[in-house]
Design a protein around this ligand. Structure first.
Ligand code: CA
Length: 222
């Protein structure tokens, strides 16, 4: 899952980046309104976190502009403003939710998950054959045995499962699971895929994660 954080206070931006990356999200940040809008309009993000007061353009304006193209991507405001009028104004601009500063990271995380769940419309775990991935508890099981994955391995498996049955191109995997500035030529995806297959004990008889030569990978039911 890829998140864009538009926040001009470096302390908060770094805190969010660190916390969200620990939860296996891929995080990009912008510290000015216009740059944030431009990044948001790339369409690469699953959810936006927007500060309200930003240099160059307010979070409200970013949300309004963004909503002209992207109706379904969740937007959450981070705001110190908390009067009823301003909150209504924020939601009218197309935001799905807002959280008041200072906030507890756990509360923000829960709100993010609620938005992503309602967008996806799926409350249950993602599954692939005997494998299941629980987004709420961040656990992965094969049959009933828990498989311990690193954050990136988890994010990679989640991406493949969300796109089950479709070929995932290498560039799409990199953009979704790793950072926007990542070197596309690297073989790191292959390293992580191999690690996943090993941890999930996917022998040749269980080719749930298949290589599509020259293109990418596909998670497939057998
Ligand atoms: Ca601000």
């Amino acid at each position: 899952m890829r998140i864009l954080v538009v926040e001009d206070e470096p302390g908060i931006a770094n805190f969010l980046r660190q916390g969200l990356e620990e939860e296996a999200f891929s995080v990009d940040t912008a510290d000015e309104g216009p740059i944030g809008l431009e990044m948001a309009l790339s369409g690469e993000y699953d959810i936006l976190l927007l500060d309200w007061m930003l240099p160059g353009m307010s979070g409200i304006e970013i949300c309004r502009q963004f909503r002209k193209t992207f109706a379904d991507t969740p937007v959450i405001f981070l705001t110190a403003k908390d009067t009823v009028q301003e909150t209504i104004f924020g939601l009218q601009s197309g935001a799905n939710d807002y959280i008041k500063k200072p906030f507890h990271f756990d509360e923000l995380l829960e709100r993010i998950r609620v938005q992503l769940r309602s967008k996806a419309g799926d409350l249950g775990p993602l599954t692939l054959g005997p494998i299941s991935l629980d987004l709420n508890t961040h656990q992965v099981f094969k049959h009933d045995e828990e498989i311990h994955l690193t954050q990136k391995e988890f994010a990679l498996l989640e991406f493949l499962l969300r796109n089950k049955g479709s070929v995932c191109r290498r560039t799409r995997i990199i953009e979704s699971v790793w950072d926007i500035h990542f070197d596309y030529n690297t073989s790191i995806i292959d390293v992580y895929i191999n690690a996943l297959r090993k941890k999930l004990d996917l022998s040749d008889a269980e080719p749930y994660i298949q290589t599509v030569r020259g293109v990418g990978y596909i998670a497939k039911e057998l």
